[in-house]
Design a protein around this ligand. Sequence first.
Ligand code: BTN
Length: 238
Amino acid sequence: MPECHSTNTLAMELSQRGSIADGTVVITDNQQAGRGQRGNQWISEPGKNLTFSVVLKPGFLKADRQFRLTQVISLAVTDYLKNRLDATVKIKWPNDILVNELKICGILIENSLSGEIIQFVVAGIGLNVNQIMLPNLKATSLKQEAGKDSNLEIELELLLHAIEGRYQQLRNGNSYQLENDYLMNLYRNGEFQVFNTKDGVLTGMIEGVDQRGRLIIQSSSGKRFYDLKEISFADKEL
Ligand code: BTN
């Protein structure tokens, strides 16, 4: 569609009406009210980037394992970018994608749950492709990294193919691989860091994520678990 407010909002509305199939993609060239994590906006220059949402209906997955979908989508974007660029690609917990430490892609996953059941999931992806005037110094785009324009339709196809591959891994019950690959690609995993947390400044090491997707930090006072809004790197605000 040429323009819309937010592909995530639209995909959620369509899914709630029940009129949307597993794997449906809602995409726009001009997203006017893109939404990000933590209530942030997602701003994208019209016609330059990929802004889309994929509707998934993982009937095989229990609600308490929904973090697997974050792993599926972030690994798929990582796989795709590693094929496209000769650069270091990392996942900044839980699902920002960094190329050479700069953010190239944001992901917003929204679920509709009914008790133990996941009714549907909307995985929204904003990938900076041909935009070069980026609003943030800590952001980058495919063009900035590759030095040339890319065809949005081709990039979309490659990215959807990568999503299908990782989703298939989940469907096949290959969670161990997803877990392992997620940790292998996790930004600053296993390195000592200073964090700002809800309990104050903490020095420790990322040890992984738990089943709920909470970040596990090992510090001198033992293991601690953090949700999204409760922790950030002290030296860096992306
Ligand atoms: C973030 O990094 O904060 C997440 C950004 C997610 C942006 C995408 S663009 C397509 C989809 N529709 C939205 O409104 N948001 C997501």
